[in-house]
Design a protein around this ligand. Structure first.
Ligand code: C2E
Ligand code: MG
Ligand code: MG
Length: 761
């Protein structure tokens, strides 16, 4: 066999050269027939793995019979071919080892004939004509004198060749022999082709088995009856035994909560009412062989048209880890990391949910907004770590006293919300509030320290189709502030009057900026007199706002709204300007007193605002007095005292308003940078007829004297009160007896009437 051959234009020599002896040919044929018959028998009952041996045997017997020196099979694997089988006569060296992966092009010169089904016969290699010189020289170099090559054709395709070489002598092949060798080549071809396809099928099957075993996908074929017909070996990853799944309904292995949806989706496919052949399945749980559940994602395909599969193929993979991460993320999005309670987002979701359900029916829902009292002191005084521990304990206690369907939320900071889904009994909310209070009653212990915790609660109830989650939260918050205002540690239910108040507040906040810009906010001046002589020494500036929509807005309402609206500095400027402008227009020596809330007093802009106003109107600082109520001092004593001190340093006088209504201790009073004590109207009211009031006022006056303060009585309405106050030693007074708050001009006009207020001796 040539290892390469380039001659192209040449014709095969033979078969059956001219002039063969017919008798010799017949004898040879008969003999060959016997040998070929014997050889064929070997192919008849071919067992597994015997192919190679039988082919080798056939080549040996035929080679020996034909008296050639080498017989062989080449199998094509384009673009190469392999010498798969070879027989050599004793003394002739085998070539097979060097003839593997040989380019098919090596026999390019013979291909046309072989493809056409012709054999290639060269009886006299050295005698080949010169036009086939390359082919001749190549064969001669291998010592080949004659050769015969038979094509192996399968379904018209050349798949290899069977060849016979002679190296010792020239060999003639008779026509009949060639016919027999063709038959043999056909048998070898069919055996090899079948072996090759069997091998391919086995490899494919092995590959499939490996894929389904090692694949993380879980594959099942189910019938129209939903019974499993095939389960991939990979089911073992789930602890399942594939054989045990056969003939069970695949729905039996799916979580009951997921079956309904999968059934709904796949039923039209099973009933052949679906155009699509593949449906993506929603995540579903499958019972594992270990008793738990495993989350799967996948699809179901209709492969009933394929005769081999003939079923619905469920292809799914384990997504438990992904679900775990998703669930963790979802949990974190809706929960407070510190306390583990739900967060504001969860509340909004639940609230919408509850309100929607309540609107559909007529059930009542309740919301309790809870804010810990003075929690800032724990944080500021003991650190945030302690504060956190207290919050965790509080959260835990709250969560244990609510009903199972109710929701406890950490709204933020020290604020919690309890949402009661469906309130059935009228006193259910009261009972809950009581349980919440009791839960917070025992002190919270952190380390060696015990903390007393109380909460102010705002409760809002709602039912029917008017429920609005945002309004409910706002109302509960309002009620909670009401609870704080009225002394903390209590619950306030949001009701109709409160709703009216809220509406009024909203209108007020809305109209305030315009009122400030439009000069609608005025100042009234109430005369302050020396009680004994009736001499006017100045006036107290009192804010006035009479709005066309809201009616009379009290100073308290206005100041609180301005604080909430962030307009307090603006209001201070307005009032300070009006007061100093007015005082500057009065005779020298008359002062003006300006009321300031705690927020106004401690505002960083206060001193600059006052200085600007004094400067603009040319008023001496000593003619201005600033009043702060005793109760407002209590809320932030440190800063208030510091601010009062600054005012005093700037030459401004200070007064403690409504004295007697707060709880200033003597120790604190002594330290206060205050020039005037204003005795509250409550004590003045009975001073002329009630001995206790008289003594109390006398005590306050004595005290003020001890601390170098002067006293000013508020709300003096009649001469008896005035006389009693003078008798008790009170220096100054104001009240309707001397004049109501009035405009600056009206005040100036009254100054001439001082004599009409006779002196009291
Ligand atoms: P206050 O500073 O104690 O002012 C005295 C209040 O008593 C004034 O009420 C005044 O009109 C009223 N009053 C005066 N004489 C009598 C009387 O003889 N009988 C009775 N029954 N009442 C009398 P008003 O103007 O309603 O002010 C209430 C409070 O609002 C003030 O109490 C003061 O604390 C606050 N306030 C007033 N104006 C301002 C202001 O411009 N800024 C701030 N922050 N608070 C102000
Ligand atoms: Mg006042
Ligand atoms: Mg007062």
């Amino acid at each position: 066999m040539p290892s390469s051959m380039s001659a192209r234009d040449r014709r095969p020599v033979g078969p059956g050269a001219e002039g063969a002896d017919p008798a010799e040919e017949l004898a040879s044929l008969l003999e060959s027939q016997d040998v070929v018959r014997e050889v064929m028998k070997g192919f008849l009952h071919l067992g597994t793995g015997e192919t190679g041996r039988v082919i080798d045997d056939a080549l040996a017997r035929l080679g020996a019979h034909l008296d050639v020196d080498r017989s062989y099979v080449f199998v094509f694997d384009p673009p190469e071919m392999d010498n798969t089988h070879e027989w050599c006569r004793a003394g002739v060296s085998p070539e097979s080892p060097s003839l593997q992966r040989v380019p098919i092009d090596a026999v390019a010169g013979w291909l046309d004939e072989l493809i056409d089904g012709d054999v290639v016969v060269i009886e006299d290699v050295p005698g080949l004509p010169d036009e086939r010189g390359i082919e001749r020289d190549h064969l001669v170099s291998q010592g080949i004198l004659s050769l015969l090559v038979v094509p192996m054709l399968s379904l018209g395709e050349l798949v290899g060749l069977v060849g016979f070489d002679s190296v010792r002598r020239h060999r003639r092949f008779v026509r009949a022999e060639i016919g027999l060798l063709r038959s043999l080549a056909d048998v070898i071809t069919s055996v090899l082709v079948r072996q090759r396809s069997d091998e391919k099928a086995a490899v494919a099957e092995q590959r499939l088995a490996a894929l389904t075993t090692y694949s993380t996908d879980f594959i099942m074929i189910v019938g129209d009856d939903q019974l499993i017909r095939f389960a991939s070996p990979s089911c073992e990853h789930l602890g399942l035994v594939p054989d045990e799944l056969i003939a069970t309904s695949w729905f039996d292995h799916v979580h009951p909560d997921d079956v309904r949806e999968i059934f709904r989706l796949t039923r039209p496919m099973a009933d052949q009412q679906l155009a699509e052949r593949v449906i993506r399945l929603p995540d579903f749980r499958v019972r594992t062989g270990r008793g738990g559940w495993c989350w799967m994602a996948g699809s179901i395909s209709d492969v009933r048209h394929d005769g081999v599969v003939d079923g619905l193929v469920v292809n799914a993979h384990d997504v438990t880890d992904r679900r775990g991460v998703q669930e963790q993320l979802a949990y974190e999005a809706l929960h407070d990391p510190l306390t583990g309670l739900g967060n504001r987002t969860l509340l909004t979701e639940r609230l919408h949910d509850v309100c929607r359900r309540s609107s559909a029916g007529s059930s009542t829902v309740a919301l309790v907004f809870l804010d810990l009292d003075r929690f800032k002191l724990v944080n500021d005084g003991h650190g945030h770590a302690v504060g956190d521990e207290v919050l965790v304990e509080v959260a835990c206690r709250l969560a244990t006293v609510v009903r199972s369907g109710d929701t406890v939320i950490r709204f933020g900071g020290d604020e919690f919300v309890v949402l009661l889904d469906a309130v059935d009994e009228p006193d259910e909310v009261d009972q809950l509030v009581r349980r919440l209070e009791q839960a917070l009653d025992p002190p919270v212990r952190v380390g060696d320290v015990e903390y007393r915790v109380s909460a102010s609660m705002g409760v809002v109830l709602g039912s029917g189709d008017v429920l609005d989650p945002i309004a409910m939260l706002r109302d509960a918050d309002t009620a909670m502030y009401r609870a704080k205002e009225s002394g903390r540690g209590r619950a306030v239910v949001f009701d109709e009057p409160l709703r009216t108040k809220v509406l009024r507040k909203l209108t007020l906040l809305h109209r305030l900026p315009e009122a400030l810009d439009g000069g609608a906010i005025e100042v009234g001046f109430q005369p302050v007199v020396e009680l004994r002589t009736g001499r006017v020494i100045g006036a107290e500036a009192l804010v006035r706002w009479n709005d066309e929509v809201l009616g009379v807005v009290s100073p308290g309402e206005l100041v609180t709204a301005a604080e909430e609206a962030g307009l307090i500095a603006r209001l201070t400027q307005e009032l300070c300007g009006a007061s100093t402008r007015a005082a500057a227009s009065w005779p020298d020596g008359l002062g003006v007193a300006l009321n300031l809330s705690l927020a106004q007093l401690t505002h960083p802009d206060l001193i600059p605002t006052i200085s600007t106003a004094l400067g603009r109107h040319g008023l001496d600082a000593s003619r201005l007095c600033v009043e702060v109520t005793e109760s407002s001092l209590m809320d932030d004593q440190t800063n208030a005292v510091w601010a009062l001190g600054l005012l005093r340093e700037a030459g401004i006088r200070t007064a403690l308003d409504d004295f007697g209504t707060g709880y200033t201790s003597l120790a604190v009073l002594r330290e206060l940078p205050v020039d005037v004590l204003k005795v509250d109207r409550a004590f003045v009211r009975g001073v002329h007829r009630d001995e206790r009031d008289r003594r109390l006022v006398a005590a306050v006056i004595g005290l003020a004297g001890d601390f170098d303060m002067v006293t000013l009585a508020e709300g003096v309405e009649n001469v008896e009160q005035r006389s009693a106050l003078v008798a008790a030693g009170c220096s100054y007074g104001q009240g309707y007896l001397f004049g109501r708050p009035m405009s600056s001009d009206a005040f100036r006009a009254t100054l001439g009437d001082v004599l009409e207020r006779p002196s009291v001796t």
